[in-house]
Design a binder for this molecule. Structure first.
Ligand SMILES: *Cc1c(COP(=O)(O)O)cnc(C)c1O
Length: 230
């Protein structure tokens, strides 16, 4: 076993244990491997250990990796901030975007999604803990943005995502993640058909799963400490 396959197995075991503790099926939580700052060879090693979905933050870096690994059946998720001048690259190269937080970005992604590709799978990023430096719509603005995004022809709105500040303990982490879950349920009660609640990282995936996460984004627990960003 390579180091990456060992660490992937350990993360999968954590997800299973957290699901068991929450009375949930292990299949109800997807694992997104966050490969930002790691090279194509590292992504390939994770693929060979059974991982297919990868998350990237830096668009330019990601596009190079996606091109280098075109021969593999990988699913690429953009989880970093998307500026207007990067929407075309995102629309042309990624399968998913978790970080839509403005209508203008959603509109550009829809307009720029190439005809030959399936709709771009999208989550609305929500600032659930009021963190000052954080992107994301407020929970109060989430419904309007979600309804508008759901109406765009080349997007498929799948859910919401959040990146709360690290919490001091499990209970506090759960309280914050539960705000996202409550919002997710409220949006579905308004008639949206969302199936993805993207929350939880290396340090807090157990709390996220206890609170209803359907997709955890895990980097350092799989790949180790990150290189500094380019
Ligand atoms: C880097 C990053 C992650 C992974 O963080 P780890 O703590 O390394 O698991 C998850 N989500 C987002 C949005 C990130 O930027």
């Amino acid at each position: 076993m390579t180091r990456i396959s060992t660490q992937l197995s350990a993360v999968r075991a954590r997800i299973h244990a957290a699901c068991r503790a929450a009375g949930r099926s292990p299949e109800s939580v997807a694992l997104l491997a966050v490969s930002k700052t790691f090279g194509a060879d590292t992504v390939q090693a994770a693929f060979e250990a059974g991982q297919t979905d990868f998350g990237e933050n830096y668009i330019q870096e990601a596009v190079e990796k996606i091109s280098a690994l075109r021969h593999l059946p990988l699913v690429w998720h953009c989880i970093g901030p998307v500026q207007s001048n990067k929407t075309r690259l995102v629309a042309e190269h990624f399968d998913w975007v978790h970080t839509v937080d403005r209508l203008k970005i959603a509109q550009r992604l829809s307009e720029q999604r190439p005809e030959g590709l399936p709709p771009l799978q999208v989550c609305i990023q929500v600032n659930v803990d009021g963190g000052p430096t954080k992107s994301g719509v407020t929970p109060a603005d989430a419904l309007a943005l979600a309804q508008a995004a759901a109406g765009l022809p080349r997007l498929h709105l799948r859910g919401i995502m959040c990146i709360p500040e690290p919490a001091p303990d499990f209970e506090t982490a759960c309280e914050i993640f539960e705000r996202a879950r409550d919002l997710f349920e409220a949006l579905n009660a308004q008639g949206l058909q969302l199936d993805t609640l993207s929350m939880g990282m290396s340090a807090d995936l157990e709390a996220a799963i206890a609170s209803g996460s359907t997709l955890v984004r895990v980097g350092s627990a799989i790949f180790g400490a990150r290189h500094s960003p380019a």
